[in-house]
Write a protein that binds this ligand. Structure first.
Ligand code: WT7
Length: 653
């Protein structure tokens, strides 16, 4: 059924050639693939020259102790200098680095010269507070410019940062502070979210009562919302006091290319969070290159906007390090897309003349649900390229994105990567690739990826298996913080000498890669592997369905039975007839084996703040179990709503 269903999906496939104008002036052309194929390491050595090194590297890759890579190991550089000072020195001090838009509507403009002053002051403050190269600093901030400044200040003094998403609880913060043994926490009184101030400082106060956090000697607090805060004398300091009185000059010190730049925790489905460690020279090389290549950035004229939070790797790589290393002008927005109205993002895009826009499929599907008329009210004609990241984008959402945000004219880059890969790995190139809705398509120049079967054999075009990376890449994770063995076990033990990404994937007849979701999410129905992504895509291709999440529930006859949770579009009414129609629709698209056993219309789906559906919780519901841990959900009342609907609401065979 697998290849048949793919064929079905592809039947309606359309391809979109790169716009001639973009192709004619594209930063990267088809020739890059050849160059990288002929000499992969030479290609990356060439990309490393995008950076300004204090000591130029002579060795590109040391892979003598795999999978512990050392890239550019005899080179030295300062990451913050590369992201800020060198642009000022090149005469671009007046260029806007960040157009900041607060949720309440307040704004700030930071030029590269402004950013340089603030980063230097913050670096001097960290030094005064006793932070030395190698010390870990936890950052727990809303989406405000100080978050970028704090990260760059850490990079400048060689103190690896560990950014903890501001939506996480005191518990999650405490575990991360403990694991990294952080010495300083940078936070704020709060941030603005959904039209109201949302406190952060109380979570820090609570986290720091837990054992294992005693080494935190300073909490630096940015004033953002002016909420009341509790104050621990001797520990807590206001950012504006300490940073504000520092000299705006600071001489950056060069660090080795393999000096740790940051730790970022990924939760995964089981076990304690993994502290993904990224280092300096290789990371910045690949992030700068991919931002240049995939987004075709022209720093003099483009306005880039990545809607991610800095608490995720997308924010690290494509708000902080990539755009700033490339001297880009970008938009940073504090709040939610529907505050105070559902057109807020498009209003901001119009206001700043955004040209390159990068977001997640979950946000695109939310916009689809809110209606075409909302983006239509704004002038989005400045946009010339759209990007997607975080999960497979279903072809319907892709087409909607192109039509209603991109005026039917912009290329879409569907970028596959992970916290662990640091930067984009698989994506169309906007001036080269004829894009296919729903497919991330091709490994970037210099990247080696393929799809293998259970025995690690590469599968032929037209078949599916597991996505693996077959050669080391510059922005790869170096290890899991404090746990080399777990690094080996998690990523390098499933297939010898190959990095196992944990994603299912297929190659179509052209050899293009289609991501099929986490392998933990693949369902086994009567001996057939069925991908949750494919069934979800089939459901969403029905006009009555806005969003779908599919899980396999244990079943005595078929091993697993497909259970679908769907959000209906505004006008579609819930009825027995409709669920029957949806089941038939899936059967027609993918074959009878993929027909969901149950379809349950719901108002919302359980998601993490980064937009990933928590299938684990839906499986608990489908199997009538007690709910597992709901602490990383955006909104835990969603689960109550779904459960309340359960008895009798599902359509069953
Ligand atoms: C997982 C990594 C990469 C930054 C945000 C997420 C899924 C990511 C795509 C895409 C299909 C995608 C994969 C991957 N994913 N991008 N374009 N198409 N799936 O980072 O939280 O580390 O998650 O997100 O399953 O393994 P992350």
């Amino acid at each position: 059924m697998s290849s048949e269903s793919l064929a079905n999906l592809l039947k309606e496939e359309r391809r979109f050639e790169p716009p001639a104008e973009l192709a004619a002036h594209a930063n990267v052309t088809a020739e890059a693939y050849e160059r990288a194929r002929d000499d992969r390491l030479g290609f990356w050595a060439e990309q490393a020259r995008r950076l300004t090194w204090a000591t130029e590297p002579t060795e590109t890759l040391d892979w003598s102790n795999p999978p512990f890579a050392k890239w550019f190991k005899d080179g030295k550089l300062n990451v913050a200098y590369n992201c800020v000072d060198r642009h000022v020195e090149a005469g671009h001090g007046d260029r806007v680095a960040i157009h900041f838009e607060g949720e309440p509507g307040d704004t700030r403009t930071l030029t590269y010269a402004d950013l340089q002053r603030e980063v230097c002051q913050a670096a001097n403050a960290l030094t005064e507070l006793g932070v030395r190269a190698g010390d870990r600093v936890a950052i727990y901030l809303p989406m405000i410019p100080e978050a970028v400044v704090a990260m760059l200040a850490c990079a400048r003094v060689g103190a690896p940062h560990s950014v903890v998403f501001g939506g996480f609880s005191a518990d999650a913060l405490a575990t991360r502070v403990q694991d990294a043994d952080a010495r300083v926490v940078i936070t704020a009184d709060g941030g603005h979210r959904k039209g109201a101030p949302s406190a952060l400082k109380p979570a820090v106060d609570e986290a720091l009562t837990r054992p294992g956090t005693e080494n935190v000697r300073t909490v630096l607090v940015v004033r953002r919302t002016e909420q009341e805060v509790e104050w621990t004398e001797g520990r807590d300091l206001w950012w504006h006091d300490v940073v504000g009185r520092q000299s705006p000059e600071h001489t950056p010190q060069a660090f080795e290319a393999e000096h740790p730049l940051f730790i970022l925790y990924t939760s995964g489905t089981t076990g304690k969070p993994k502290g993904i460690l990224h280092t300096s020279g290789g990371y910045l090389t690949q992030i700068a290159y991919t931002h240049h290549a995939v987004f075709d950035l022209k720093p003099e004229t483009d306005v880039f906007w990545c809607t991610a939070d800095i608490g995720w790797v997308t924010g690290h790589s494509y708000i902080v390090y990539g755009p700033l290393a490339n001297g880009a002008t970008q938009v940073m927005y504090e709040g939610t897309p529907d505050t105070p109205h559902k057109g807020r993002w498009w209003e901001i895009a119009e206001k700043y003349g955004v040209t390159l826009f990068y977001t997640a499929p979950t946000a695109i599907r939310a916009s689809m649900k809110w209606g075409d008329d909302i983006p239509a009210k704004f002038d989005l004609s400045s946009l010339r390229l759209l990007g997607s990241v975080g999960e497979p984008i279903n072809p319907e959402a892709w087409i909607w994105y192109r039509e209603h945000i991109g005026a039917g004219r912009t290329p879409i880059v569907d970028t596959w990567w992970q916290t662990e890969t640091g930067g984009v790995m698989i994506s169309p190139l906007p001036g080269v690739t004829a894009t296919k809705p729903g497919s991330a398509q091709v490994p970037l120049p210099g990247i080696a990826a393929t799809v293998v079967d259970d025995e690690a054999n590469e599968v032929p075009d037209g078949s599916g298996g597991y996505l693996v990376l077959t050669e080391p890449w510059p922005s790869m994770l170096r290890t899991i913080w404090g746990d080399d063995q777990r690094y080996l076990d998690t990523y390098w033990s499933r297939f010898p000498n190959r990095y196992f990404a944990g994603d299912g994937a297929k190659k179509d007849d052209d050899g293009d890669v289609w991501l099929l979701g986490r392998v933990d999410d693949v369902m086994l129905v009567s001996g057939h592997n069925i991908s949750t992504t494919e069934v979800e895509s089939a459901l969403v291709s029905h006009p009555s369905v806005a969003e779908a999440a599919v899980v396999g529930a244990t079943d005595p006859q078929t091993t697993q039975a497909i259970c679908a949770f769907v959000i209906l579009r505004g006008t579609a009414a819930e009825s027995e007839g409709l669920t029957e129609e949806l089941r038939a629709h899936v059967a027609k698209q993918l074959g009878p084996i993929a027909k969901p056993r149950r379809i349950l219309p719901v108002a919302e789906l359980p998601k993490t703040r980064s937009g990933k559906i928590m299938r684990r919780l839906l499986r608990d519901i489908a199997e009538n179990r007690e709910l597992g841990d709901v602490s990383t959900l955006t909104d835990s009342s969603v689960m109550e709503l779904i459960q309340a609907k359960l008895p009798g609401a599902a359509s069953e065979d």
